[in-house]
Design a protein around this ligand. Structure first.
Ligand code: SME
Length: 155
């Protein structure tokens, strides 16, 4: 399924007209859930305490909280600061199953001034939902969010 990510990036930039992290993160996950097909969960986890991910604004079923950096796909993204693109979460030994419908997952780390601010986590009920093109497109959307938001302020 092809998504026009450059178009979504322009729309997201127009939508994010505050600098506030809470408003912008809530708007961003609602936008992604509307515009990217085949998602069952989209949300932010924030590093509010050292080495721990705290559940932030999200769309989908109630989710796991907190997630230590040592655990799961989100923890791996936070620890390594590398995007995690998982075709089949059932094949990941320490995957944390929040919604039993989730089959593939993409987690993008958000780093500000060499500090891990948090991660964006997207889940899909379809195995192999996220291609490398989707990864690049979604990383570009995260870059729009980060550029249009004050992420240095306390959260
Ligand atoms: N599956 C994630 C946990 C977060 S939920 O998918 C919302 C993980 O293994 O880190």
């Amino acid at each position: 399924m092809t998504v026009d990510y450059p178009l979504l990036a322009r729309q997201l930039a127009a939508l994010l007209d505050t600098r506030d992290w809470l408003t912008n993160s809530a708007q961003t996950v609602a936008f992604l859930m509307q515009e990217i097909p085949e998602l069952n969960w989209a949300g932010f986890y924030l590093q509010r305490e050292p080495e721990t991910l705290c559940l932030g604004p999200f769309q989908g079923k109630p989710a796991c909280h907190p997630i230590p950096f040592g655990k799961g796909v989100c923890g791996a993204a936070a620890r390594t600061r590398q995007t995690q693109r998982i075709d089949d979460v059932h094949a990941v030994a320490d995957h944390i199953a929040c919604d039993a419908d989730s089959r593939s997952e993409l987690v993008v780390p958000i780093v500000v001034q060499d500090r891990l601010w948090g991660v964006l986590d997207l889940d899909s009920p379809r195995r192999g939902r996220f291609s490398t093109d989707d990864q690049a497109g979604i990383e570009a959307l995260v870059a729009v969010f980060a550029a249009r938001t004050d992420l240095e302020q306390a959260h």
